[in-house]
Design a protein around this ligand. Sequence first.
Ligand SMILES: Nc1ncnc2c1ncn2[C@@H]1O[C@H](COP(=O)(O)OP(=O)(O)OP(=O)(O)O)[C@@H](O)[C@H]1O
Ligand SMILES: [Mg+2]
Length: 411
Amino acid sequence: MSINPVRWQDIGFDGSPYYVHPISPDPDGNGMFVGRDAELARLKSQLRNTTLHPCIEGESGVGKTSLVAVAGYQLQKEFVRGVEVAPFALVRNPFQLTPETTSREFTSSVIRELAHAFNDHRHRIDSQRNPFPSVGELEAWVSRPVQSDDFQSVVRSWLSRAFPSNLGGGFICVLDNLELVRTSARARQVLEEMRDDALALPGVRWVLCGAKGVVEHGTSSSRLEGRLATPMKLRPLGMEKMPLLINRRISVFRRSTDAIAPVQEEGFSFLYKRLGHNLRAALNYAENFSVEMLVRNQVFADREKMFKLLKVWVGGQAREKIDVLSGHVSEGHWAILREAKRLEPERIYANMYLSFGFATAAKFRQYLRDLEAAALVTRASHEGDQRYNAYTITPKGALCLHELPGGAALD
Ligand SMILES: Nc1ncnc2c1ncn2[C@@H]1O[C@H](COP(=O)(O)OP(=O)(O)OP(=O)(O)O)[C@@H](O)[C@H]1O
Ligand SMILES: [Mg+2]
């Protein structure tokens, strides 16, 4: 028997309103972006009024990449409308580093992207006031090898010509997921190497984003002073923003006014809370639930019924995860998570072993490592000094904890 799963289009949507990718720098993305007024204003102001490269620190899935995309999009738009005097242009693909990336390789890849960015943005930026290279000039260079030193100096000269003043706008480039270099010590080392290279390119405004304390600690170097702004900490959006957030998404993707979204305000707020206020996880679960309901042909107009189905499904998901972990995670491990829920902030350090009922730090650390291996907590590295590693509960940890006996009482 062949099953023909129902598609989003069959229930009146252009696609999934719960897609988990960062918000894109376009009108739809701008429309779906909710809250963050203060952070948006601060980021745009840093880009307009200082020559420092802004830095954003925040947990995975909190909305860092989306914030930069929307800030870049708005600055671009405002320039076109004449509200913003300096021409800003967002380089679409974020850059990333790995522990092995060298400053030289990194600069080469940036130069190549910038040559494309000149091409992408030439139609928007007034070539009289900001002379951009001609199409012929661009085509001649873009096909050349990356390593060519001439190519680098040509792109540098284009940058200086197009953005002659330090506060005269520039290409906004995102150095994203800085935690991929693993330790803040390595992040600091690479950034120091980049200081007089990629971070000093004329007309390039970097925004550095990362999780797990890497931005916060990696940027605190006296050599980087005067180059990087004090990191902005992005906290999870408040619960009160969830109804608007999900309704905006539903309205962007809905084709007909009577289309029914499987997860609505109450369902999405429930998921966000149950998953420890992690936006990406809440969207991910909403999407998985929806697909399941689409396949089962169980998308009903009755909102209460859908919400009940969601709660049952979430409980099942949590129990499945707990079962899988049963061989590796004991009651003692769960007790640590339960205790951590009572902390404000919910952050565990290895030197708290006595208050968690452990006789030695070594034993406590072993338990924390087990929890990390089970993806129930995540660790923010602090210079390899284990005493200062902060562990936080993951969305999976929050979900499982709630399902275990006494979990509901922790809310
Ligand atoms: N202010 C917002 N309004 C609406 N949706 C948002 C907002 N911020 C983020 N999102 C959505 O939340 C999800 C996570 O956002 P994003 O990818 O920007 O997070 P991140 O902090 O960059 O995560 P990571 O550390 O994993 O890279 C995405 O699906 C994005 O569309
Ligand atoms: Mg991101």
